[in-house]
Write a new protein. Structure first.
Ligand SMILES: Cc1ncc(COP(=O)(O)O)c(C=O)c1O
Length: 394
């Protein structure tokens, strides 16, 4: 049966989408992490209603909006969050940069796990702090890849490069590997951060994009101690494909950290967008949960199709089987060694296949020889993209 997510929506001539405009017209974009699907009708209806009012002046993020975030956390994870713990931010990248500004002094360190979403590696530069890298362990099972924490590597990255680690900037579910960390891993991370007095900033933007019905635990909900040292960043932006509205939320249960975070945000006049408030409130209210369920089924099918296609058609290429997100991570290093593809891979695939995918090295150590591919698109687009990669390899 056809799905509403099969519809091909023209983003190139009908929008200024970054994804669809950064490369020449003959190039199919499967890079930037937004999806080629329309947002849920309930969100679009509420946005139309707001425009119908006619006056688009400054607005507060309402108490009701903060409550909708708190209720969502209660409903999804039985996590007891108060409306006042919720601080709106104009995006999660902004959120973790604020966290670094208040939590890390210049010359102190921020620990990250690579390969990782590239803005995680810019924070240190923005805040004159030190980069501390705990590379994830790549585990290969036949042609499938998955990633684990190497605890020796993690422990030795703490206070490395002659700097005290003051913040652990965590990505869960992990972009680009699609890993959802287990409760056991989260407990171990919290224990280390407790022992070494490290602030945790957890980017959980992909936490509702769970494939195969997987479960997710926010690290702050592991224990009351974890909650007291964690800034959790969430949004409706990936879940309901409204990333261009630029609203996210920091959940901060430690009052002193929250006050400092809010003061820093105010100092920079980091106010949030009215349409983003509306989209988040509707998304978190639960009225789009049926839409989300269908989306997750569609993404799971896309993921299965993709992994199967890669194994059948791209000999020598390995791929993750992501547990979450609409992002796959492909290892071309064997083909590079054989001279069949050349680095940088993004240029190679644009030139030979007219397809734009993210280049692995931009995700930091562990990214060489990889690309990230976005499968948040109609199946027909996914097939077209895979055929283009196949043609480039041929
Ligand atoms: C892990 C992660 N964090 C943050 C973002 C961007 O968030 P925002 O647009 O709210 O700044 C993305 C977008 O791809 C992401 O994957």
């Amino acid at each position: 049966m056809p799905s509403k997510f099969d519809e091909i929506i023209d983003r190139r001539s009908k929008s200024n989408s970054i994804k669809w405009h950064a490369f020449p017209e003959d190039t199919l974009p499967m890079w930037v992490a937004d999806m080629d699907f329309a947002a849920p009708p309930a969100i679009l209806g509420a946005l139309h209603g707001a425009i119908g009012h006619g006056v688009l002046g400054y607005e507060f993020p309402s108490k009701q909006l903060q409550e909708s975030v708190a209720k969502r956390m209660q409903k999804l994870y039985s996590w007891d969050v108060k409306a006042d713990d919720v601080v709106p931010v104009p995006g999660l990248v902004t959120g973790f940069n604020i966290a670094a500004s208040i939590g890390v002094k210049p010359s102190e360190g921020i620990l990250i796990q690579t390969p990782v979403y590239p803005p995680f590696m810019k924070v240190q530069k923005n805040t004159a702090t030190v980069t501390q890298i705990a590379e994830l362990k790549k585990v290969t099972n036949d042609r499938t890849l998955h990633y684990e924490v190497d605890w020796d590597v993690f422990e030795s990255a703490v206070h490395s490069n002659d700097a005290k680690t003051s913040m652990f900037l965590f990505c869960n579910p992990h972009n680009p590997t699609g890993t959802i960390y287990s409760d056991e891993d989260l407990k171990r991370m919290v224990d280390i951060c407790e022992r070494e007095d490290i602030l945790i900033c957890s980017d959980e933007i992909h936490s509702e994009l769970l494939l195969d019905g997987n479960k997710f635990t926010p690290i702050a909900n592991i224990s009351p101690e974890a909650a007291q040292r964690t800034i959790t960043l969430i949004a409706a932006s990936k879940t309901f494909n409204v990333a261009g509205l630029f609203v996210g939320f920091a959940i901060i249960q430690n009052e002193s950290i929250r006050r400092r975070f809010m003061a820093e945000s105010e100092k920079m006049t980091l106010h949030t967008n009215t349409f983003g408030h509306i989209a988040a409130e509707v998304g978190f209210s639960g009225v789009c949960d049926g839409w989300l369920e269908e989306l997750l089924a569609y993404l799971t099918d896309n993921r299965n199709f993709l992994v199967d296609y890669v194994k059948k058609n791209f000999p020598g290429v390995k791929i993750t089987n992501p547990e979450s997100t609409f992002l796959a991570w492909l290892d071309f290093s064997e083909l590079i060694e054989q001279g069949k593809v050349t680095m940088p891979l993004q240029d190679f695939f644009i030139e030979k296949g007219k397809i734009a995918i993210n280049d692995g090295p931009t995700f930091g150590p562990g990214g060489g020889g990889f690309v990230r591919l976005n499968f948040g698109c109609p199946r027909e687009t996914l097939i077209e993209g895979l055929e283009r990669i196949k043609a480039a390899l041929a």
